[in-house]
Write a protein that binds this ligand. Structure first.
Ligand code: F0G
Length: 449
């Protein structure tokens, strides 16, 4: 594949540029809007649809690749490389065998809500523990192929962990900007473990983004935030994987957390392309759920203003503590085009939902749990029917933020919320005395018998 296999299309005025002409901040110089990757076979493309991918043949080829020993075939992103021809040579892909994440059922939660079934696509089961790996393998491979020595991102913790890992694999240097004191320890430790230059700025995520824009304007450093459209090419692949796992049956509704709002946008692009190419005959509704303390898109939907009003963000779900999301316009379009909704979840609702996903033996980080909190609301509003096949997109692993989990069980979160009580399991601290231990455990067993 050559780099001519795709171009970048501005989502504002639709103008197209060749990939090499893009500015360092990935924004159109006239409109200030973001780009999306467009292929000759894309629905928006003005070119004749030569070499349009063949759905039937590709389904077969992708299934066959599951038995391959080639790293790019074992990757749950590059296995679908015909739908993301962004590299000059696919063998340049920097991969940690990302993707390949499980689609679990959540039977207890489904029963609790009165749904026939409920599924969770657990993107926290990626190599660095979050969905960011699928986008990072794509965009960092582009950086490496184009000869960049340095890459950088601003992050609430998961992007930085992913970028640091993939940069280390490729032998590139990485600079991470994170808001001081506002990211989970697990994520901060990953960035250091993988050898990134880690800068804790005394500001929030939105302040980190501004600082980074200055840095990449002055130096040849490749920006790996989700304004980089190649990130979304990787992040669209869970849509493909999900359909494959469901034997090409489309779910009715996919629910994702909303922070910087790239993920919902990417999944929307993925499902849209699958439909356009004839892999599936309809797309699912895509709904985005924000934390109440970081809800600019929710506010935009309820007020129907023309422009997004940034907010000062605050939530213990630190991954989505973002007040001025870059990809809001892309996400809003996906929600509207698919017939989904934007909802918000309170801190208490997030904590209870996270405990319920934990009680399924799966677990996730707080930002991922907004999906279940949002589903409860959509269900109560009659927007989700019992027979619908709903998929929650769980974005991060439960071990990313153990402090949050411990605080919940110690009754420091969702305090006084009745719904939370059955899920609290604080550790018992006992003397190492046989009789005392047995007595205490027997009392517990009698309660739950
Ligand atoms: N869930 C988790 C666990 C995240 O880390 C993020 C974003 C989101 C959801 C929201 O996804 O931004 O595409 O809407 N984390 C970014 C980061 C911002 O820096 O790690 P989004």
């Amino acid at each position: 594949m050559t780099s001519r296999s795709h171009q970048l299309r501005c989502i504002g005025d639709g103008e197209r540029i060749i990939p090499d002409a893009v500015s360092s901040d990935f924004r159109d110089r006239t409109t200030g809007e973001l780009y999306e990757v467009e292929y000759p076979w894309s629905e928006s493309s003005a070119e004749p649809a030569a070499n349009r991918p063949n759905a039937q043949a590709l389904r077969h080829l992708w299934a066959e690749r599951r038995d391959s020993t080639l790293p790019i075939d074992q990757s749950g992103v590059w296995r679908y490389r015909e739908l993301l021809p962004i590299l000059k040579d696919d063998h340049h892909a920097v991969t940690l065998r990302e993707g390949n994440t499980p689609l679990y059922d959540l039977p207890r939660t489904a029963r609790l809500l009165g749904l026939d079934f409920l599924l969770a696509k657990h993107q926290g089961m990626n190599p660095t523990g979050s969905f960011k790996d699928t986008g990072m393998t794509a965009a960092l491979s582009v950086a490496a192929e184009r000869g960049f020595q340095w890459v950088a991102c601003a992050s609430t913790g998961n992007t930085s962990a992913a970028m640091a890992a993939y940069a280390a694999r490729a032998g590139l240097r990485a600079i991470v900007f994170i808001p001081e004191g506002k990211i989970a320890w697990g994520k901060l430790s990953q960035s250091m473990d993988y050898g990134a230059l880690t800068v804790q700025l005394q500001t929030d995520f939105d302040g980190c983004v501004k600082m980074l824009a200055e840095l990449v304007r002055r130096h040849p450093i490749y920006l790996l935030n989700s304004v980089n459209p190649y990130r979304l090419e990787g992040q669209k692949t869970p849509a493909i994987e999900m359909c494959e796992q469901l034997d090409w049956q489309v779910p009715d509704h996919v629910i994702v957390p909303g922070g910087n709002l790239a993920n919902g946008s990417a999944l929307g692009k993925g499902f849209g392309e699958l439909k356009h190419l004839g892999f599936i005959d309809r797309v699912p509704k895509i709904s985005v759920i924000q934390a109440e303390g970081a809800n600019p898109l929710f506010q935009w939907f309820t007020n129907a203003e023309k422009l997004l009003q940034p907010v000062t963000a605050d939530t213990r779900a630190t991954a989505i503590r973002i007040g001025n999301p870059a990809s809001w316009r892309k996400a809003a379009r996906v929600i509207e085009a698919t017939g989904g909704w934007c909802e918000q979840a309170s801190e208490q609702e997030i904590a209870v939902a996270k405990a319920q996903i934990g009680a399924e033996g799966i677990g996730c980080e707080p930002a991922s749990a907004v999906t279940l909190a949002g589903l409860k609301k959509l269900h109560a509003q009659g927007r989700v029917q019992p027979g619908e096949r709903v998929v929650l997109l769980l974005t991060g692993h439960t071990l990313k933020d153990p402090e949050y989990t411990i605080d919940f069980h110690k009754n420091l979160l969702a305090t006084g919320v009745d719904e939370a009580e059955p899920y609290r399991k604080p550790p018992m601290v006992l003397p190492a005395d046989e009789a005392t231990v047995l007595r205490a455990l027997e009392a517990e067993m009698a309660v739950t018998a």
